[in-house]
Write a protein that binds this ligand. Structure first.
Ligand SMILES: *Cc1c(COP(=O)(O)O)cnc(C)c1O
Length: 358
């Protein structure tokens, strides 16, 4: 029997992935040159589909990296001379902050306890912070920061660069790229692909900053995948290094499939499934939502406290071929995490609920 993966990355593969993979094999995508017109057409197609899906304007380029965490480093090297600012409320947002310290940036932090989220009104961005680093979906805790709050904050600090880690939620958050300078994700979460590709969206303000920093004798913006080099290659839909051509192709195909459904429908389906999951864990005395504030509850990663040892709950689901994620770190014994990505249907979520109820 095949399992269904409700794990928050790697996750259940998108239903059409196998078909696209077969087409890619038939077309020998794995052997084509990344300096060929065929590759440029693939990059262009993926670019167009992502732009349509996520409403990305011409002011922003779309670049490919090895992973999303690589983009943490790229952003810090290319967009921060001295100071960054980080909203931290879990493991992934903390790692972004840790990267800044490792790169000897002066990293400011505003922190919330695990399970709590941020609203714009309570955030004080330090005067000299150049880059504001936000995590739309803190995957470890199942906490979201709503796009309206991110937009509100940027309006208040309009001179600073704003970036959004949307790794475990893209394409769900409706970001206004007129306000958000940069965002990034990797494909093994809500796009339903195997891991191995990061996507970095960045605008001309980020490019300007990187070019200014590059002129300073004492600064490095990095040799690998720096923004000016990515941007220059992007002008002809090429990449500085040999990229993951197969995955760029697959991402374009899956984005196209999601565009066929329509982003409004994709988002509504995610919200409908999330509502059902939260209603279930609120209503069943053996479970409880970990995130207390409804507005901070993630639609794409639902974290539930379990009365029984979490490993027993996971084992029971596994017997039925349903793989749910474990709680993060210290929460391993008392929490489960359920990914609610477009790859799983309403029927599959209903099936999971039946088993967790049983
Ligand atoms: C998974 C995840 C990452 C890291 O992505 P990689 O592809 O493993 O580099 C970063 N941020 C968040 C919020 C994540 O969920």
């Amino acid at each position: 029997m095949k399992n269904t993966y409700f794990t928050p990355g790697p996750a259940e593969l998108y239903p059409t992935l196998a078909h696209h993979l077969q087409t890619a094999m038939d077309e020998q995508i794995g052997s084509i040159s990344h300096r060929s017109q065929k590759f440029r057409d693939i990059y262009k197609h993926t670019d167009e589909q992502l732009r349509a899906l996520m409403n990305i304007p011409a002011s922003h380029g779309i670049f490919f990296t090895g992973s999303a965490s690589e983009v943490w480093e790229r952003l810090l090297l290319n967009c921060v001379e001295h100071e960054s600012f980080h909203l931290v409320n879990g493991s992934f947002s903390r790692k972004f902050f840790d990267y800044a310290q490792s790169l000897h940036k002066y990293a400011h932090i505003q922190e919330k306890p695990f399970g709590e989220g941020f609203d714009a009104a309570e955030i004080e961005v330090p005067e000299y912070a150049e880059l504001v680093c936000m995590t739309h979906n803190e995957t470890s805790a199942g906490v979201q920061m709503r796009p309206v709050e991110m937009h509100k904050l940027k309006r208040k600090y309009s001179k600073k660069l704003f970036c959004v880690d949307m790794v475990s939620s893209a394409p769900h958050p409706d970001l206004d790229f007129g306000l958000i300078d940069s965002a990034f994700f990797s494909v093994q979460k809500a796009f339903g692909m195997p891991a191995g590709l990061g996507v970095w969206i960045a605008n001309e303000a980020c490019l300007d900053k990187a070019e200014r920093l590059r002129k300073y004798d004492s600064m490095t913006i990095g040799a690998h995948h720096n923004l000016p080099t990515l941007w220059k290659n992007y002008q002809t839909f090429e990449t500085p290094a040999t990229p993951n051509v197969l995955f760029i192709y697959l991402l374009g195909k899956i984005a196209e499939d999601l565009n066929q459904i329509g982003i409004d429908t994709v988002r509504r389906q995610t919200e409908d499934k999330a509502r059902l999951l939260y209603k279930f864990i609120e209503g069943d005395e053996r479970y409880a939502p970990f995130v207390k504030e409804e507005r901070h509850r993630s639609p794409t990663v639902v974290v539930a406290n379990t009365k029984a040892p979490a490993k027993d709950v996971m084992a029971k689901a596994k017997e039925a071929g349903l793989i749910v994620g474990s709680g993060y770190g210290k929460q391993k014994d008392s929490q489960i995490r359920i990914a609610n990505f477009p790859a799983t249907s309403m029927e599959q979520i209903e099936g999971l609920i039946r088993v967790l109820k049983g």
